[in-house]
Ligand binder design. Sequence first.
Ligand SMILES: *Cc1c(COP(=O)(O)O)cnc(C)c1O
Length: 357
Amino acid sequence: MRPARALIDLQALRHNYRLARENAGAKSLAVIKADAYGHGAVRVAQALESEADGFAVACIEEALELRQAGIKAPVLLLEGFFEADELALIVEHDFWCVVHSLWQLDAIEATAVGKPLHIWLKLDSGMHRVGLHPADYHAAYHRLQASGKVAKIVLMSHFARADEPDCARSDEQLAVFQAARQGLIAEVSLRNSPATMAWPNIPSDWVRAGIMLYGATPFEHSQAMADQLQPVMTLESKVICVRELPAGEPVGYGGTFVTDRAMRIGLVAMGYADGYPRHAPTGTPVLVDGQRSQLLGRVSMDMLCVDLSDIPKAGLGSRVELWGKHILASEVAAKAGTIPYQIFCNLRRVPRLYSEG
Ligand SMILES: *Cc1c(COP(=O)(O)O)cnc(C)c1O
């Protein structure tokens, strides 16, 4: 069998969830949208269900997958419903539902719901993605109350730059939120992972922890709490072929890397069809038989090349960690000009193997 695989450490996942919850001193939704950032939503939900306060996903398709797998915990739809006819399913399965737009409010008012809804009312406090305008916020809250169709409302907003600890924008967004919610007595949810990790002054009865659950840092620079996270996913494979090349030989598509001395290179069964980023350049770190080395040349669809020159004991069958406990996904992402969120979400084709650590 092809040796490429993703090992998922469920013990590390639980460690990170507890860290989020304890640090926030608040209830914590485990954000498992996009198949739990590539980690497998059902398995992640099962591993956390006994202790998680609830889960958050992007859409009803993802939420239904959890219910079909027997997950009974609360599940929040982060973008609410996309079409009004989803409301029947939302009621049937007791999903919690974001309302971010006035059309959703109209739809709730126009629909007979059998059971009261649990709504997270989202304010656009300055990110300018989805969310109600501050001028509409109070009225929306009171319309929901007056509809008689709502059991509970949580006040919610999302921050654009919480991953920049020195940026004033988060305080500005907080001020907009506080002004808009004045007089509304309800629980609040403002903090995603970077806000949970770096912005203790932002109030949040509920945090929404995504990337930190998976043990990757949302920050570009080192951060105290990021050091306590444990990477959950290890993407690994093996050396399937070894080549000895003299100086001056091009390696891989485009010949973008040329050996500058006699080199030993290893071909690894891992490529961009597995989700390894094609834009990772020569020099991107890899771990071969426990020793740091580097990627050489362009990443192909099913293979990539690594430098074995300084690891004489490495050869055919050597284990290669592409990211995991030693090579952080955030390091690889930075080299490839992206973020760990994206490289996790891009994972495909490789089997995921789950363990308790
Ligand atoms: C995805 C998402 C989160 C989680 O963000 P992280 O940075 O991964 O913690 C939180 N809230 C909303 C609204 C989201 O869409």
